[in-house]
Design a protein around this ligand. Structure first.
Ligand code: GLN
Length: 251
């Protein structure tokens, strides 16, 4: 009898202790401590893999935001086209991938303030037949699926002329091997690809100017506001500019 009373009190004590862990674990009940960011890490200098680690402008800004919020950043590397759906379904807390704010995307997700500007440019082979945007008409254009480069090129030059690749690196490979005549992509990744590959250049004519921002599920305005407040501070105190200058020294 005595023994079972003892066991019962041990069990009770355990229940109380575990119960407290469950109740007091998160700092505000439901508050998560991990900030899950979806990206496509083939987009230098915004996000790429170096020495097995995610690096780049977005990665550093996201880490600084997570720091300010007392959260730990977890990065998921997915296809660019899977980011918005995953954010909508709650699989990811936010998407940060040099992502352009567009009217269409605003129907599906909310965006933070913009933290950087992008420009769509055209990469061609040195000595090729494309010298200006006009020459692109009727040529085969390589793009990254679901990006604004894809959307604008398909709209302006016809879907039948657009060849879609999973990421920019594959589109550039296709240009090098002659499968496409040019690649339409954001300017900074374009510079990085041209620097890393012989015989390519960027046309001087800029195609479309855009704003990059972080996306959130429509209903997750609480996180959107918190991240935006942190981002505002990081823009105001020069941290964002420092990160951009580190990766894009000429700016
Ligand atoms: N800025 C472009 C877009 O939002 C490309 C982004 C990317 O490829 N990571 O569609």
């Amino acid at each position: 009898m005595k023994k079972s009373v003892k066991i019962l009190s041990v069990v009770l004590a355990l229940v109380i202790v575990l119960g407290c862990f469950a109740a007091c674990g998160g700092d505000k009940g439901e508050t998560k401590t991990t900030l899950v960011m979806a990206t496509n890490a083939a987009f230098p200098p915004y996000e790429y893999v170096e020495g097995g680690e995610f690096v780049g402008i977005d990665v550093e800004i996201a880490n600084a935001i997570a720091n300010k919020l007392g959260m730990e950043l977890e990065i998921k590397d997915v296809d660019f086209g899977a980011i918005i759906g995953g954010v909508q379904s709650g699989k990811f807390d936010m998407g940060m991938a040099g992502m352009t704010v567009t009217e269409d995307r605003l129907k599906d997700v909310n965006f933070s303030d913009s933290y950087a500007k992008g420009v769509q440019v055209v990469i061609v082979k040195d000595g090729g037949t494309i010298a200006s945007l006009d020459d692109v008409a009727g040529k085969k254009i390589g793009v990254q699926t679901n990006t604004t480069g894809d959307i604008y090129a398909s709209g302006d030059f016809g879907e039948e002329n657009v060849v879609k690749y999973e990421n920019g690196a594959l589109a550039v490979e296709a240009l090098k091997s002659g499968k496409v005549d040019c690649v339409i992509i954001d300017n900074e990744p374009a510079k990085a690809y041209v620097a890393a590959n012989e015989g390519l250049k960027i046309l001087e004519t800029e195609y479309v100017e855009e704003d990059y921002a972080i996306c959130f599920a429509k209903e997750n305005t609480e996180l959107q506001e918190k991240v935006n407040a942190a981002l505002k501070e990081l823009i105001a105190d020069g941290s964002v500019k420092n990160v951009v200058d580190k990766y894009i020294p000429s700016k």
